[in-house]
Design a protein around this ligand. Structure first.
Ligand code: AMP
Ligand code: ZN
Length: 304
């Protein structure tokens, strides 16, 4: 820890300029050094996963609203969703709007929804794209994605951002193909993070499903071990932060989108998600605010 660092991670990150305050909790600018760490980690993921030959795709951080509605996200996470609205009025409505802004009143009530919503997880954009291609081949399919994602969960914890980047590998295929992919990444993810010299644990997990029905979904997800997380103590040792997620969706997206294997079975899917900012934060937390002082072995892994 440097001389001027305190126990508050967010304060230290702001003080060192790695995060830049915007006046909104969970919405930060990032320094060039922070971005460099993110890019190096991105490259490290490719070193581990690129050899599998995934098809690389990149999308903007918003998605087709109709696809979002069909995905079922609103059933599970209405509280996290971010929609995009826009002004669609005439000149009178415009004058009204300016008056409301001037008076400090809510000017957003007259906004109309657009055809896009913010992407909640990198892979949500992908399923309708794959469905449109028709049945999978015998090998199934593998994709490499990265996107800014939005979740409305403002927090003072720097690890809980409203807009953050998620890198993902997403596998489509038979239950065997998909569960093998996840098992491979459970291994690889741990080896990768061990190389980075941060403490971690692996545990079964559940998503923060909304409401009473959500508690059942969460229990089911845990009981069936559908989600694992690689947890790193960042804000505290007592509640470590999920930095990598390993999700087996079974046939959820396959049946929602009508994706089939060559035998006409509903395709299964799984994804591994890397929280880019969270991993960068874990590195700053455990190796210090000055990247030049990070252990040589870690610097070699990232900057070689
Ligand atoms: P999930 O879809 O919730 O499993 O998220 C995938 C990955 O994104 C997680 O493993 C985290 O590393 C990262 N992530 C999720 N929520 C946030 C957030 N609010 N801020 C930063 N990273 C996040
Ligand atoms: Zn995913």
């Amino acid at each position: 820890m440097c001389q001027s660092c305190t126990n508050n991670l967010l304060d230290n990150l702001l003080k060192h300029g790695h995060l830049i305050d915007t006046g909104v909790d969970g919405l930060y600018g990032r320094s060039g050094v922070f971005e460099d760490v993110v890019m190096r980690f991105d490259a490290l993921i490719t070193r581990w996963g690129g050899g599998d030959g995934p098809e690389v795709m990149r999308f903007p951080p918003a998605m087709n609203r109709k696809h979002f509605e069909k995905s079922g996200y609103l059933k599970s996470f209405p509280h996290l969703a971010g929609t995009v609205h826009s002004f669609a009025g005439d000149e009178k409505a415009h004058a009204n709007l300016l008056e409301q802004v001037g008076n400090g009143e809510d000017w957003t009530l007259g906004q109309k929804s657009t055809e896009v919503v913010l992407t909640p997880a990198a892979c949500y954009v992908l399923y309708p794209v794959v469905a449109k291609r028709g049945p999978l081949s015998g090998e199934g399919a593998l994709f490499d994605l990265q996107s800014y994602c939005f979740r409305h969960e403002p927090s003072k914890e720097p690890t809980r951002m409203q807009l953050f980047r998620m890198r993902e590998y997403v596998r489509f295929g038979t239950p065997d193909q998909v569960t093998e992919f996840r098992a491979t990444w459970l291994e690889r993810g741990q080896k990768m993070m061990a190389e980075l010299g941060v403490p971690f644990d692996l545990d079964v997990a559940n998503d923060p499903f909304f409401g009473r029905a959500g508690r059942m979904l969460a229990n089911n997800q845990r009981d069936q071990r559908l989600k694992f997380e690689l947890l790193i103590p960042i804000n505290s040792v007592e509640s470590p932060t999920a930095c990598l997620s390993f999700n087996y969706h079974q046939d959820h997206f396959g049946s929602t989108w009508g994706i089939q294997t060559p035998d006409g079975e509903v395709a299964h899917t799984a994804c591994v998600g890397f929280g880019m900012e969270r991993v960068a934060l874990a590195l700053f937390k455990h190796h210090g605010m000055n990247v030049e002082n990070w252990p040589a072995a870690i610097r070699k892994v990232l900057w070689s």
